[in-house]
Design a protein around this ligand. Structure first.
Ligand code: SF4
Ligand code: SF4
Length: 383
C-alpha cells in the first residue's frame, strides 16, 4: 500500500482541483453518520478530508471512488464543507497519475466510449436515435417549441428506451412541437466529470453547447436529473443559459394547463423515490408527487428515507459504471424500504435509479411483488 505524502504538491493539486474548502472541517463526523455507505460497510468521508488536509491521501485505494455525490453530507455539514468537490478533486489527481483500483476499471471503459462515441454505453453514435425509428419523432428544427434531450441511457439501454418512447408519446399527445438531436446529441458529461475527467467533461459540454446554439435551441426538456443538473448549474460556467425543464416538472405544467388529460383510475399503492440530482441537488421534491396525485385512485405512500433524506440509489458520481458487490448496493436497501410501505409500484425519475432498482428487483426476487416505473411511464399508461 503506497501512500503519497506528506506531499505538498498533492495538497496544491487538490486545491487547484477545487477542494480547498477541506480546511473548514472540524472533524465532527456528522458526514459519516448520514452517509449511505455506512449502512452497508464502513466508510469515512471525515477521514478522507482529514488526510487530504495533510496531503496524506491514499489515492490508489477504493475509498476516494466511493462517494456517489448523493449530496446528503454537504446538506448536513455544520461547516459548509464541500465534500463532493473534495472527492472529485482527489479523483482528478488519481486520474492525472492514472491510478485506478479494480472496481473503477469499468468506468474507464465508459470513458473510452464517451471519447469515441459520445456515450458511456459503447453504443454507436449513428444509432443514437434508433429508439425512435418507428415513432413519430422529428429531428429538431429551429423554431420548434422545445428540444427533447434524450440522454445516453434512454437512447441505448433496452429498459430505458421504453422511457424515451413513453416521453415522446406524452409530448405528442400534448401537442408539443418538439424535436431530438439524433446522432448530434452527446452525453451531457455530468457523471464523467464526477470521476475526475474534467477535460472530457469540458469537451462534451462545449460540443453540446455549440449544437444548441447552432440549432437556435432555447428550451430543453430532459429525462435525466443528471442532464438537468449539469445544463442548469454547470453549463452556465461556459457563459450560456438555456431554459431547462425536467420531465417531472413539465408533466405537471402540461396537466395543469389542460394539455394532457389523464383517463381512468389506477387503484394502486405507489411510492416515489427522490433521485439525488432532482431532489437534494435541485430542490425538486413536490412536482413529481403532485403529478402522481393527479392520477385518480392512486394512493401515494412515503418511504422511511424520503424527500431531503432520500436514500441514494448508488448510481451517482460515476458509480453507475463501477463494480459494487451485491451486499453493498444501496438500491437493495431502497427496494426493501419500498416493500415495507406495501407499495406495488416504485416510481422514480432518473435512468440511474431505474437501472439500479431493476437490478435489485431481480436480485431480491421482487419481480412479482413490485414494479419499477419512471414517472413518464405511469403517466403514459393513463393517456
Ligand atoms: S460534517 Fe462537515 S465538519 Fe463534520 S466531519 Fe464532516 S466535513 Fe467535517
Ligand atoms: S455525498 Fe453522499 S455518498 Fe458522498 S460522502 Fe456524502 S453522504 Fe456519502
Amino acid at each position: 500500500m503506497e501512500t503519497i505524502a506528506p506531499f505538498i504538491e498533492v495538497i496544491d493539486e487538490i486545491k487547484q482541483a477545487g477542494g480547498e474548502v477541506f480546511k473548514l472541517c472540524f472533524q465532527c463526523g456528522l458526514c459519516d453518520t448520514v452517509c449511505p455507505w455506512n449502512k452497508v460497510r464502513p466508510f469515512s468521508m471525515r477521514r478522507i478530508i482529514r488526510e487530504a488536509a495533510f496531503g496524506l491521501t491514499e489515492i490508489e485505494g477504493e475509498d476516494i471512488w466511493r462517494c456517489t455525490t448523493c449530496g446528503n453530507c454537504p446538506s448536513h455539514c455544520p461547516r459548509g464543507v464541500k465534500q463532493i468537490d473534495i472527492s472529485v478533486a482527489l479523483r482528478r489527481v488519481a486520474t492525472e497519475y492514472e491510478v485506478f483500483p479494480a472496481s473503477v476499471r469499468s468506468a474507464r471503459t465508459a470513458r473510452a466510449s464517451l471519447i469515441s462515441e459520445g456515450n458511456p454505453l459503447q453504443g454507436e453514435r449513428k444509432k443514437r436515435s434508433d429508439w425512435a425509428k418507428e415513432l413519430p419523432v422529428k429531428l429538431y428544427e429551429e423554431g420548434m417549441e422545445a428540444l427533447y434531450f434524450v440522454g445516453c441511457y434512454l437512447s441505448y439501454d433496452p429498459r430505458m428506451k421504453k422511457v424515451a418512447a413513453a416521453t415522446a408519446n406524452i409530448l405528442n399527445s400534448a401537442g408539443i412541437d418538439f424535436g431530438i438531436l439524433g446522432s448530434k446529441e452527446n452525453c451531457c458529461g455530468e457523471s464523467i466529470r464526477k470521476t475526475g475527467s474534467e477535460e472530457l467533461f469540458k469537451r462534451l459540454a462545449r460540443e453540446n453547447i455549440k449544437t444548441f446554439i447552432d440549432n437556435g435551441i432555447k428550451k430543453i426538456i430532459v429525462s435525466s436529473p443528471h442532464c438537468f443538473h449539469t445544463f442548469k448549474n454547470e453549463y452556465p460556467d461556459f457563459m450560456v443559459n438555456f431554459e431547462v425543464v425536467h420531465m417531472s416538472q413539465y408533466l405537471l405544467d402540461l396537466i395543469n394547463e389542460g394539455r394532457l388529460e389523464l383517463k381512468g383510475d389506477l387503484e394502486k399503492k405507489v411510492t416515489y423515490h427522490d433521485p439525488c440530482y432532482l431532489g437534494r441537488h435541485n430542490g425538486i421534491y413536490d412536482e413529481p408527487r403532485e403529478v402522481l396525485k393527479k392520477i385518480s385512485g392512486l394512493e401515494l405512500v412515503e418511504m422511511s428515507d424520503s424527500d431531503k433524506n432520500s436514500l441514494c440509489c448508488g448510481g451517482g458520481g460515476g458509480r453507475i459504471w463501477m463494480d459494487t458487490p451485491k451486499e453493498e448496493r444501496f438500491s437493495d436497501l431502497r427496494l426493501k424500504q419500498a416493500r415495507q410501505t406495501g407499495a406495488e409500484i416504485l416510481v422514480t425519475a432518473c435512468p440511474y435509479c431505474i437501472t439500479n432498482f431493476e437490478e435489485s428487483r431481480l436480485n431480491l426476487e421482487y419481480e412479482d411483488a413490485m414494479e419499477i416505473k419512471d414517472i413518464t411511464e405511469i403517466i403514459n399508461d393513463m393517456l
